[in-house]
Ligand binder design. Structure first.
Ligand SMILES: NC(=O)C1=CN([C@@H]2O[C@H](COP(=O)(O)OP(=O)(O)OC[C@H]3O[C@@H](n4cnc5c(N)ncnc54)[C@H](O)[C@@H]3O)[C@@H](O)[C@H]2O)C=CC1
Ligand SMILES: O=C([O-])CC(=O)C(=O)O
Length: 348
């Protein structure tokens, strides 16, 4: 089967124009959790109609059709159309937002880079389809692992897509860090802000709470002072966040689909609608050399967003401990880039 039947509904002139959102790997675990969130307005807002383009591969075509049937049955008022297809060109046609989840997930005992050879080849191929068929200002979020390096390959093989429009997901790690601080200080997670996840979405990522604060009625208070245990922040806090994906795979035998889908919505919502004043989030973005990180790498930085654009938060003080961690994760990304190119050469 090349294509699955297209289903599109008409919309009235009083609605906003629908935004077309591509989800690749839509029949998978994350896809199944994500598409209803998008259709409910959790990504783009409660008044923004959407059309979903769902892509998967031939062996998953029947499951994908099942997801489409459920989307129809859920009668989401914002959902103005669904395309379920195994044809990458049809999937990418005119999309405004592309969420790239399709690929092979790592299994228990694997590092994320162990799925490199299979996944970078997919991202090279899909880069061309996006470049040729997506809307000119399409915003791209790569989720599939190794997320930073897949995004880097997509960027390099889709040179006409602006670099600023290609990102990867580290918001899940960011949210995990917020969650750990909330548990430790016994405060609602909504009152914790400005943690940072630097670098790679891998076990070398650097979750940094040095600049994080708790919102109180008497102003913001330093997380580092409230925790009053630098040793915990430098050891257990970091390893829990770094290893959380593996812990969930061990427990569920599947990857963290629910929290990943939620983080994907957070990432896109903040990128499109903006972050609140004085708050930043972590996003994997193309380095411009900020904080001494090699330009061109897709590296997770603290960013604030306004008018549909992200910018790296500048001027944060970096101590010696942080510097070493930030450099170590950058070094891994440089190595991954070189492995990815070797894999692509071997594929030829
Ligand atoms: N960046 C992050 O924070 C996170 C990343 N992940 C990664 O996200 C990816 C998806 O995870 P799950 O949904 O749990 O995996 P899954 O195996 O349940 O779903 C992946 C889907 O991608 C499809 N697929 C494979 N090749 C494809 C291609 N060429 N084009 C389109 N679709 C294709 C598969 O058929 C499958 O339906 C994995 O790479 C996983 O490691 C998972 C959690 C968090
Ligand atoms: O760990 C994995 O392979 C899935 C993932 O990226 C995460 O949960 O952070």
């Amino acid at each position: 089967m090349g294509k699955i039947v297209r289903h599109m509904w008409s919309f009235t002139h009083v609605d906003k124009e629908p935004v077309i959102v591509l989800v690749t790997g839509a029949a998978g675990q994350i896809g199944y959790a994500l598409v209803p969130m998008i259709a409910r307005g959790l990504m783009l807002g409660p008044d923004q109609p959407v059309i979903l383009h769902m892509l998967d591969i031939e062996p998953a075509a029947e499951a994908l059709e099942g997801v489409k049937m459920e989307l129809i049955d859920a009668a989401f008022p914002l959902l103005k159309g669904v395309v379920a297809t195994t044809d990458v060109v049809e999937a990418c046609m005119n999309v405004n937002i592309a969420v790239m989840v399709g690929g092979f997930p790592r299994k228990e005992g694997m590092e994320r880079k162990d799925v490199m050879s299979k996944n970078v080849a997919i991202y090279k191929a899909q880069a061309s389809a996006l470049e040729q068929h997506a809307a000119a200002d399409c915003k791209v979020l790569v989720v599939a692992n190794p997320a930073n390096t897949n995004a880097l390959i997509l960027k390099e093989f889709a040179p006409s897509i602006p670099e600023k429009n290609i990102t990867c997901l580290t918001r899940l790690d960011h949210n995990r860090a917020l969650g750990q601080i909330s548990e430790r200080l016994n405060v609602p997670v909504s009152e914790v802000k400005n943690v940072i996840v630097w670098g790679n979405h891998s076990s070398t990522q650097y979750p940094d709470a040095n600049h994080a604060t708790i919102i109180t009625s008497n102003g913001d208070k330093s997380v580092r002072e409230l925790v009053a245990d630098d040793n915990w922040l430098k050891t257990e806090f970091q390893s829990i966040v770094q290893q959380r994906g593996a812990a969930i795979i061990k427990a569920r035998k599947l990857s963290s689909a629910l929290s990943a889908a939620s983080a994907i919505c957070d990432h896109m919502r903040d990128w499109v609608h903006g972050t609140s004043t004085g708050t930043w989030v972590s996003m994997g973005v193309c380095s411009d050399g900020s904080y001494g990180i090699e330009p061109g790498l897709i590296y997770s930085f603290p960013v604030s967003c306004q008018n549909g654009k992200w910018s790296i938060v500048q001027g944060l003080k970096i101590d010696e401990f942080s510097r070493a961690k930030m450099d170590a994760t950058a070094k891994e990304l440089i190595e991954e880039k070189s492995t990815a190119y070797t894999c692509l050469e071997l594929e030829k």
